[in-house]
Structures are given as structure tokens and as C-alpha cells.
Design a protein around this ligand. Structure first.
Ligand SMILES: CC(C)(COP(=O)(O)OP(=O)(O)OC[C@H]1O[C@@H](n2cnc3c(N)ncnc32)[C@H](O)[C@@H]1OP(=O)(O)O)[C@@H](O)C(=O)NCCC(=O)NCCS
Length: 145
């Protein structure tokens, strides 16, 4: 069984989330592990998915309020061993409900082109031109909630 949880900045779970993000998102791109506690992340919402069998974190994301209406989802990462098992879908759905309950009306995210259809299946739509950041091609995706 897996459950979605809120994660407090600076907690042991947050450390686990930072590790997971590094392993899933940065390491495969040859990017360096930057400072573990980036001060600005204290203002973000952190969400994780935990496997109840061994209490390990298998996925996570963070959300960054942009203004009163819009909130950005970032760094969605699922452990390679658990991908394509519904974890990413559950995480984004939980984030969407949380954003809606907090009064936001629009989700924003920058998706790597390779995962656009994952977000389309969750109701996101691509908006604007593709753009490059650090050699990776992204497109902005939005969802009204
Ligand atoms: C992309 C990612 C977050 C998806 O999470 P996941 O747990 O593997 O995805 P799910 O199992 O919840 O998939 C939900 C649906 O999206 C589809 N999907 C998942 N990953 C996909 C991908 N890379 N490309 C296309 N479709 C994808 C699934 O097949 C599934 O479709 P279905 O409902 O028709 O069966 C995860 O694979 C991951 O962490 N990848 C590496 C890091 C990454 O690219 N992060 C995104 C940064 S923008």
C-alpha cells in the first residue's frame, strides 16, 4: 500500500525527498547535487508518496505559489523502480486537490517534452512555445481547477 503525505521542510522526510529528487531528476542529466537546504524551499509545499511496507519514499513533488490564483508544480519525481504504477498520477491529483482547497484556480508546470503525455492524461494543456533551459526542452502546461 502507498499513501500520499504532506512533508515539512527540514524534516527527515524532506531529506529523503531531496535525495530522491537528486537520484531521479538531476543525476541522470549529469547535474550536480546543489545545497541541500535551499532556503527558499521553506515557502513551498512538499508532497510525497510513501510505501507502507518499508516506509520508504517512492515519489514526491513541490508546489510554489505564484500569485493568488496560480500555483506551480515542480520537480515531480518517482523512484525508477516504481514508475508506471500510478504514483505520479496520485501525487499530481493530491497536489491539485490541495491547491483547489487552498483557493488556487490554476496549476502551472514546465514539462520536459518526454513527459507531456503524462500531464495531458491529467488534464493539463500545453501553452506557448517550447523553450530550452540547461540544454533540456520544456513546454509550459496549465490546468484550470
Ligand atoms: C514522469 C513521472 C513523474 C510519471 O510518474 P509515474 O508514476 O511513472 O506515472 P503513472 O504511473 O502515474 O502514469 C500515469 C499515466 O501516464 C502515463 N505515463 C507515465 N509516464 C509517462 C511518460 N514518461 N511518457 C508518457 N506517458 C507516461 C502512464 O502510462 C499512465 O497512463 P495510463 O493512465 O493510460 O495507464 C515519472 O515517471 C518520473 O519521475 N520520471 C522521471 C522524472 C521526470 O521525467 N519527471 C518529470 C519532470 S517534468
Amino acid at each position: 500500500m502507498r499513501k500520499i503525505i504532506d512533508i515539512d521542510f527540514g524534516s527527515a522526510r524532506y531529506d529523503e525527498l531531496v535525495e530522491l529528487r537528486y537520484k531521479v531528476l538531476l543525476e541522470p542529466l549529469g547535474l550536480k547535487f546543489l545545497d541541500k537546504y535551499r532556503d527558499k524551499e521553506i515557502a513551498y509545499l512538499h508532497i510525497g508518496c510513501v510505501d507502507s511496507l518499508d516506509d520508504k519514499l517512492v515519489g514526491g513533488l513541490m508546489m510554489i505559489p505564484l500569485n493568488d490564483e496560480e500555483i506551480r508544480i515542480m520537480q515531480v519525481a518517482v523512484d525508477a523502480k516504481c514508475q508506471r504504477e500510478g504514483v505520479g498520477h496520485q501525487l499530481v491529483k493530491y497536489a491539485e486537490d490541495k491547491a483547489k482547497n487552498a483557493g488556487y484556480s490554476r496549476l502551472i508546470m514546465h514539462a520536459m517534452l518526454s513527459v507531456v503525455s503524462f500531464y495531458e492524461k491529467l488534464g493539463f494543456k500545453a501553452e506557448g512555445e517550447v523553450f530550452e533551459e540547461g540544454g533540456i526542452t520544456f513546454v509550459k502546461m496549465v490546468k484550470d481547477i
